[in-house]
Design a protein around this ligand. Sequence first.
Ligand code: ATP
Ligand code: MG
Length: 369
Amino acid sequence: MATELDPQIVERLRGVMEPDFRASIVDLRMITHASSSRNKAQVEIATLAPLPEYSKELEGLVVDALKGDYKEVKVRVQPGTPSVLEEIAEALVAIEGTAAAAARLERKPPFSAGSSPTRVIGISSGKGGVGKSSVTVNLAVSLAKMGYEVGLLDADVYGFSIPAMLGIERKPQLIGNLMVPPVGYGVKVMSVGFFVSDDTPVIWRGPMLHKTLEQFIVDVFWGKLDYLLIDMPPGTGDVALSLGEYLPKSEVFVVTTPQLAAERVAQRSALAARKLKLPVRGVIENMSYFVGDDQKKYEIFGSGGGEALAESLAVPLVGKIPLSVTLREGGDTGVPENSGQGTKEFNELAQRIVDMGPARRYRSELKIN
Ligand SMILES: Nc1ncnc2c1ncn2[C@@H]1O[C@H](COP(=O)(O)OP(=O)(O)OP(=O)(O)O)[C@@H](O)[C@H]1O
Ligand SMILES: [Mg+2]
């Protein structure tokens, strides 16, 4: 079905990355036509259901890649025929690697194998409103800026907030059974928020929830991630149980605020993680202080909560994030923190988590005396 493709154009387009898959459009076999005559290039690209802004983005990338060599570049982005889409799906699986593809067929989560290079990190707390989602988003963006491949799973199915915080308006693309997560600020995102409208309350119960999380882990084309961050819902309910089952390799970081009362609640979530046998790696204190115009640090919410929790869990306090007006505004407008107060602390937090390396796995049957 593939027509002859002009090899020079194909070579030029090799560097064009599909915005969601983040793989070369050549490797993805998305180019259905490429020809040139008298300094004019014509390219046709097949996608799933091209939304206007998506098509524009892709067209722009193709034009940029070719305009140095051709006086005129015509690009058409259009829905692929079923057989073309099948080829794209096959190409995706090839890029993902055979181990991940095989795991998917058996409905095994792609990150559960001991050999998986992906660090799965749950961000948790016993109490709502302490800034879990803000911390997860900004940490993800910091890691992506450092050059890591980062995914973010919004597991807060009742109170999803991640798509809005990252300004993502595009829905996941569906290719067969595969969902391709949209990308914001370099972070691949999957959330219930993409599938329900804002005013519909999500009232799923255990089994449905479990199934949804399974799909979000198994049926999503996450690609080769270095980090998968999970914004856990507040409390210690069903979601944590499901994740413990699907992502047994997860590590947990607990977010708390400086008040000691918040610390006690956060501890509950840490203990729940322990029950699931997920290693709690550290505590992140959020809203730790406010730096005034006088450059003084004001501990508005008190102090000591993070240290106390870290000590009682015998894990390090890995970060103290200040109160930040830009962070709060960014959360509302979909522009995550990357210049204002808190940026430096998030970058340092990301670096510390990277430096810690993955959790060591202890198998209880392998006791060394
Ligand atoms: N360091 C910070 N400085 C200023 N505002 C912050 C900070 N961290 C969080 N916020 C603000 O506090 C509010 C709650 O934060 P966020 O939604 O991240 O908390 P959460 O723990 O995920 O809440 P929920 O339990 O509802 O999911 C938001 O308006 C957010 O912008
Ligand atoms: Mg939240």
